[in-house]
Design a protein around this ligand. Structure first.
Ligand code: SF4
Length: 367
C-alpha cells in the first residue's frame, strides 16, 4: 500500500484580505424600475430616508470610529443604482466622501449599480472622485434569464459594463443571483465560469452570491403565490454554491458574501427560498468536503489516512448539526481532523485494493 500526500491551498480569512467597510444604504436611490425580487428596505433592514439624514448619521458613525482609534474605513454606497441618481444627489454623496477623506475618516469608496447605468463618463467621474470599486448587480449574464426576470438589459450589456468598469481603472465587483427567475443551477454555474475560466474570464476582483428569496413586498411574492415562480431548495442551493465557491477559489476570485445578512425585517418578511443565517459557512463546509473527495477520487481510488485542516474551519467542518459526518465517514474520517494554522488542506491517502471512493453527486441525502 502506497501513501500519497496532497496539499491544496485554502483561502486566508476574509478579514485579512479586506479593509473595514462602512455601508451607506440608499434604498432604491436612482433605480429606474423596481426589480421583481427586490425589497431593499427589508433586505437591508433600512427604509428609504432623506439623503441628508443618511449622510449625517454616517458622519456620526465615522467620527465614532475615529474616536475609538479605528483606522479609516472604505465607504460603500449600497442599496440602489448609485450612478443613476439625480445629479444633485450623486454630487452630495461625492462631496460627503471628499470631506470625510480630507478629515482622515475614510480612504476610498465603492458603490453598487446596475450594468445599464454605467458609461465611461460616469465611471471617470467616480474614479476621479476616489472610487475604488464598482459592484455591478449583474445577477446573470444569460439573456433568457435576464429576460425572464425583466431586468431590462441583456448579457451583452452586462458584459460591456464589466469591461467599462475595468477600462476606467476601477476594481470590479460582480453580484450574481442564483435562483433568480430563469436562472437554473446550470445557468448560474455558467455565469460563474464566465468570471473564472480563461479565455473568456471577466477579470473581476470580487463576487457576491445572493440566492433569490421570496419576501413580502416584492413582486416575486405575487408570482410565487400564483405558482409562477419556485425558489431553489436550500439543499440544491448549498451544493451549487459549493461548486461555484470552488471555481472562484481556483480562479483566486474572492467571494466576499454569500446570502443576505440576518436582519430581523428579513426574517419577518421571508416567505420562501433558500435562506439560512449560516449559509456561507454551510457552503464552505460542503466545498471543503467536495474538494477532499475530488482529490481522493482523482487517479486511482484512495482512502483517507490523515487530514489536516485550517483551524478556522473547525466551526463549520461537520456541517449544520453534523449533517456531513456520514459523508466524511464514507471517506474514512471518523474522528476530528488535525487542526493546523496554515491556509492549507493536507490530505494523506492510501489505495487499498478493491475499495473505491464513491463519486460525489451532491444530491440530497448523499452528503
Ligand atoms: S435590484 Fe437593484 S436596481 Fe433593482 S430595484 Fe433593487 S436596488 Fe434597484
Amino acid at each position: 500500500m502506497t501513501n500519497i500526500l496532497f496539499t491544496l491551498p485554502w483561502p486566508p480569512p476574509a478579514r485579512a484580505t479586506l479593509r473595514p467597510v462602512v455601508p451607506v444604504f440608499l434604498p432604491y436611490a436612482g433605480c429606474p424600475v423596481r426589480c421583481v425580487f427586490c425589497a431593499q428596505h427589508i433586505q437591508t433592514g433600512r427604509g428609504p430616508a432623506p439623503l441628508d439624514l443618511t449622510l449625517k448619521s454616517t458622519r456620526a458613525h465615522l467620527l465614532q470610529r475615529k474616536a475609538r482609534g479605528l483606522p479609516p474605513a472604505e465607504l460603500a454606497f449600497y442599496g440602489g443604482t448609485f450612478t443613476a441618481q439625480p445629479p444633485a444627489a450623486l454630487h452630495a454623496c461625492l462631496d460627503f466622501f471628499e470631506r470625510a477623506r480630507e478629515e482622515g475618516l475614510v480612504t476610498a469608496f465603492r458603490c453598487s449599480t446596475r450594468p445599464d447605468a454605467v458609461d465611461s463618463r460616469r465611471l471617470s467621474l467616480l474614479r476621479d472622485a476616489g472610487c475604488d470599486m464598482v459592484e455591478l448587480g449583474v445577477q446573470s449574464f444569460h439573456d433568457a434569464a435576464l429576460a425572464a426576470a425583466r431586468r431590462g438589459y441583456d448579457g451583452g450589456v452586462a458584459r460591456a459594463a464589466t469591461d467599462a468598469v475595468l477600462a476606467a481603472g476601477l476594481r470590479l465587483g460582480v453580484q450574481l443571483m442564483p435562483g433568480m427567475p430563469g436562472v437554473t443551477p446550470e445557468i448560474f454555474l455558467r455565469d460563474v465560469r464566465l468570471l473564472c475560466e480563461q479565455p473568456v474570464a471577466v477579470p473581476a476582483h470580487a463576487v457576491r452570491f445572493y440566492p433569490c428569496l421570496v419576501v413580502e413586498g416584492a413582486e416575486l411574492a405575487d408570482l410565487w403565490r400564483r405558482g409562477e415562480y419556485r425558489p431553489w431548495p436550500l439543499d440544491q442551493t448549498l451544493d451549487t454554491l459549493a461548486e461555484a465557491w470552488l471555481m472562484a477559489l481556483h480562479a483566486r476570485l474572492p467571494v466576499i458574501r454569500m446570502g443576505l445578512a440576518p436582519e430581523n425585517e428579513l426574517r419577518a418578511a421571508l416567505l420562501a427560498g433558500p435562506w439560512d443565517p449560516a449559509l456561507g459557512a454551510r457552503v464552505m463546509a460542503r466545498a471543503l468536503l467536495l474538494r477532499v473527495r475530488r482529490a481522493l477520487a482523482a487517479g486511482n481510488p484512495k482512502e483517507l489516512v490523515r487530514l489536516e485542516v485550517p483551524r478556522r474551519c473547525q466551526g463549520f467542518f461537520w456541517g449544520s448539526r453534523g449533517e456531513l459526518r456520514p459523508a466524511w465517514a464514507a471517506l474514512g474520517l471518523h474522528a476530528e481532523p488535525v487542526w493546523i494554522s496554515e491556509n492549507t488542506l493536507r490530505i494523506e491517502a492510501a489505495s487499498p485494493p478493491g475499495e473505491a471512493v464513491a463519486p460525489f453527486s451532491g444530491r440530497k441525502g448523499e452528503i
